[in-house]
Design a binder for this molecule. Structure first.
Ligand code: GLY
Length: 414
């Protein structure tokens, strides 16, 4: 099978790496990819926004399957376009991708179909948002309706902050107010074929830049799996949410094909939906995909064709622990061109067993350099989380660049 992956970050490196391990796969190409993926895929420099060239590339590559990684092209209808050209695509239609593209639509979907979610209210205009901001119970969660690359959510403890968030976010479009929920967050995934949701595991992401969950929000500073506080009843409730969400989307006339990502809060009353995303998580993919067994390419092709059937994904025993190395200045103004020491020419970390290095934003001109905010995800694997964590952090110590930022505290709390 020949597969084209669309995207260029750490998640797409992990997708390409996992596909390249499959006996059924003879070739993997990635558009646009990045230089760190060179060992597993051929990179094709076609921009994500250029649908016509991406479609032509899929034809040129004779792709049996196209896997779309990021949310922006999915929300903009790339999967619809590729499908209309007769390609098998793992990625939702624009209509189904609204589950990420519109927080208001997603929360309404939860309420319409009885999925467990916080109380919420949508405000279409700034005046309405300011009126609700004056009275919404504290602490309040205020979200921008549309895609915001992880920067569209404000959790505000004081009334003045709520009003300021409502003012700032409503200037750009509708806003959603949500009830604040206490608990710890978890990311849950399912591979979907439009009707069936096949469970793909849970991971714990770390969205704040600094230890102790302090500092600015980021796209994610690291993730691990399994998650100790997801016990058997919680897991059953999470699977139920994913299955009911896929049924709800089918019921609404927009069947979901691709990776469905539920961002959940584990409350004292069980898991509650904070958000849905229309794709694999980043950095969750870098930790979860090494734990998925079997010939995933065949499974992903079956999902793309709407033929997933009743089987179960093989979730490997053991653990996987990913640490993101970010550039100095991230997330506000990441420094580019900073030389990176400790990587071999293949982009991996020599001398560290059971460690994978997924590239998100690197450049290679005879030496490795930073080329964006989140630069690398270093993933340790082991029989349990403690071993995987130890391996990941040992390898992180071997990769150094001036001003590198990473969180040393992940996995400290069970
Ligand atoms: N790690 C969170 C996300 O991918 O949105």
């Amino acid at each position: 099978m020949r597969v084209l992956v669309i995207g260029g970050g750490g998640r797409e490196h992990a997708l390409a790496w996992r596909l390249a391990l499959c006996p059924s796969v003879e070739d993997v190409s990635v558009a646009p990819g990045n230089p760190g993926m060179g060992q597993v895929a051929r990179c094709r420099s076609v921009p994500l926004a250029d649908r016509a060239r991406l479609t032509a590339l899929a034809g040129h590559e004779r792709a049996d399957l196209v896997v779309v990684g990021p949310e922006e092209p999915l929300c903009a209808g790339l999967a619809d376009h590729l499908r209309s050209e007769g390609l098998a695509v793992l990625g939702p239609s624009a209509a189904a991708a609204r589950i990420e593209g519109s927080k208001a639509w997603a929360m309404d979907l939860c309420h319409r179909h009885g999925l467990p979610a916080p109380r919420s209210q949508v405000c279409a205009t700034p005046d309405e948002a300011l009126e609700v901001a004056a009275a919404w119970p504290l602490p309040a969660v205020v979200k921008a309706d549309g895609l915001a690359a992880g920067k569209g959510v404000v959790v505000a403890a004081e009334r003045a902050e709520v009003v300021e968030a409502a003012r700032a976010l409503s200037a750009r479009g509708p806003v959603v107010f949500e009830e604040f929920l206490e608990g710890r967050e978890v990311s849950a995934f399912a591979l979907c074929d439009g009707r069936t949701a096949r469970f793909y595991g849970v991971a714990r992401d770390h969205k704040r830049l600094l230890s102790g969950d302090l500092g600015p929000m980021t796209g994610g500073m690291g993730a691990y799996t399994p998650v100790a506080d997801v016990d058997a009843p919680t897991l059953a409730a999470i699977r139920d949410i994913l299955e009911r969400a896929v049924a709800a989307l089918a019921d609404e006339g927009c069947p979901f094909v691709g990776f469905l990502f539920a961002g959940l809060m584990l409350t004292a009353d069980g898991p509650r939906v904070l958000e849905f995303n229309c794709r694999f998580g980043d950095p969750e993919a870098q930790s979860l995909l090494p734990q998925i067994g079997g010939d995933v390419a065949l499974e992903w092709l079956a999902a793309a064709r709407g033929e997933l059937g009743d089987g179960q994904t093989v979730l490997r025993p053991g653990a996987s622990f990913g640490v993101v190395l970010a550039a100095p200045g991230y997330p506000v103004a990441p420094q580019l061109g900073v030389p990176i020491a400790g990587l071999g020419p293949d982009g991996q970390i020599p001398g560290y067993e059971d460690v994978l290095c997924f590239h998100a934003a690197t450049r290679w001109d005879g030496r490795w350099q930073t080329a964006g905010g989140r630069v690398l995800t270093v993933v340790g694997r082991g029989g349990d989380l403690a071993r995987a964590r130890e391996r990941a952090y040992a390898a992180v110590e071997a990769v150094r660049f001036p001003g590198a930022q990473w969180r040393p505290d992940m996995g400290e709390r069970p």
